[in-house]
Design a protein around this ligand. Sequence first.
Ligand code: ADP
Length: 327
Amino acid sequence: MDKKIKKIGVLTSGGDAPGMNAAIRAVVRTGIYYGLEVYGILRGYAGMIENDIIKMESRSVANIIQRGGTILKTGRCDEFFDYEGRKKAYNNLKKPGIDGLVIIGGDGSFRGAQIFSNEFDIPCIGLPGTIDKDIAGTDFTIGFDTAVNTAVEAIDKIRDTAEAHDRLFIIEVMGRDAGYIALHSGIATGAENILIPERKTVIEDVITAIAEKERRQKMVNLIVVAEGEEFGGAYEVAKVIKERLPEQEVRVCVLGHIQRGGSPSCFDRLIASRMGYAAVECLVEGKHNVFVGILNNRMHYIPLNEAVKKKQRLSEEWMRIVKILSA
Ligand code: ADP
């Protein structure tokens, strides 16, 4: 039988995502509710290796639910890839007697957690914290909704200036090798075309569509490009369009890191709160080495060793919607 967990650690790892603070708050307060001692580990796995571990109280997480970033800081940690680094981390956790971990991060962080929990007797629970929404087994990840709303707000502003000048704008959004932010923000802003890694970019089709819109004197022309799009990103697409359609005024805007920051949306605060609470329940109930997802609005627990990067099976319907609605 699993021994009863008394002390838990919480950390944020990998890329930051809005809503991570709401998740930390939920973990700390649910842990305290269950009579556990809760420790915050700073800068992801690096804090475990460097013994940067602090005791958290209910008040430590006051006034953070609305804040972007992460009060625990996050980071990538090369030492954690090596057994020696992980052993050091384990020894540091044992000093205060931490016997359960909640890791808020992306699929890379989950891989680290899975290896760690296999090697040492520390159960790990993952919470999907990534703006990219690229983890299989959950409909949502903490941060995606905020990031996509930030992108939408920015693209709406660009639309105003595009309209004023009759310009074609090519807007690059984040998402690493996933196209979710591009797809969602593109549809929500009425983009004429959306270029994503999951679908081969046929530049001839893009050019034909622009020429056609030009012929019909469409005033605004926005193309949303995912950063991982394989043709080469917004600048490359713009270069080819300028070569082929020299009359066309083309501008590029790379939204970049504004998509990571900012106050989390209501939706992200809610899922972070639900997931943080569920993570502690998992540890208390002995449901170990899983990550917490939400599927069809219900909590869902997926073994950490099944945490895989989600390759979107893009339904052609999405692209059909883009085409029909941008007429
Ligand atoms: P994300 O969690 O956002 O996907 P990364 O892929 O950069 O971010 O992973 C974050 C950290 O997780 C890495 O810097 C490393 O410390 C740890 N990690 C990732 N993959 C592994 C692995 N295979 N073995 C051990 N640790 C890993």
